[in-house]
Design a protein around this ligand. Sequence first.
Ligand code: ADP
Ligand code: C5P
Ligand code: MG
Length: 213
Amino acid sequence: MATTPEKTPRFSPADITVVFCLGGPGSGKGTQSANLVRDYGFTHLSAGDLLRAEQVREGSQYGDLIKTYIREGKIVPMEITVALLSNAMAEALTSKAPSAVKPRFLIDGFPRKLDQAVFFEDTVCPSQMTLFLDCPEEVMEARLLKRGETSGRDDDNADSIRKRFRVFVETSMPVVQAFEKQDKVVSVTATGSVDEVYARIREGFQAKGVNPL
Ligand code: ADP
Ligand code: C5P
Ligand code: MG
């Protein structure tokens, strides 16, 4: 009798560690990721950065679609984002010198929607945990408007920011809640200085047994 083959993820948690980083737009994901790369040896992959690179890549069939989704703050169809992430992980693993330490990936701004979380964990790799940066909208808005003075980003304007906040609350928070039910979230208050937030992150990681290299 024919059986349905089990879905096997491309990478095993026995070989790599995957940590997701979530938080509203402007909560400090990119900023804190840089600290975590420096001290914990993570390879940092930002879903937003990968999408922006794909948007301008010559020959990409998704350029216009990604541009429209990003400006509207909408979630790009998951097949595109997951393929970009999976390929970037494979590339990082082949270009990395062998090491005694299991490779660690910090995936920033992903999964932004429940279907992405399920699809990624089924086909790419189950995550070990999720860092959630918890930040009030007024703080995030002030940071984004300031970032918008120099970022050149199409979506760092008041209209796009409002839409992004809405999508975050309605679509991305359920992902955080789903991981919380599995006791896989380190939740950190993301107000205060960069150093203050980072100190809280380090404490939370230690409590989950993830330590600096
Ligand atoms: P995200 O990746 O979550 O959208 P960023 O890391 O890009 O957020 O941070 C948004 C903006 O806020 C950036 O201009 C960054 O320099 C600034 N920023 C980040 N963390 C803090 C903080 N703790 N205090 C003040 N400004 C911050
Ligand atoms: O994380 P970042 O703020 O760079 O994301 C910018 C935009 O990229 C999001 O507002 C969304 O339009 C798109 N994005 C997405 N799916 C993700 C991450 C980002 O569609 N997982
Ligand atoms: Mg970012």
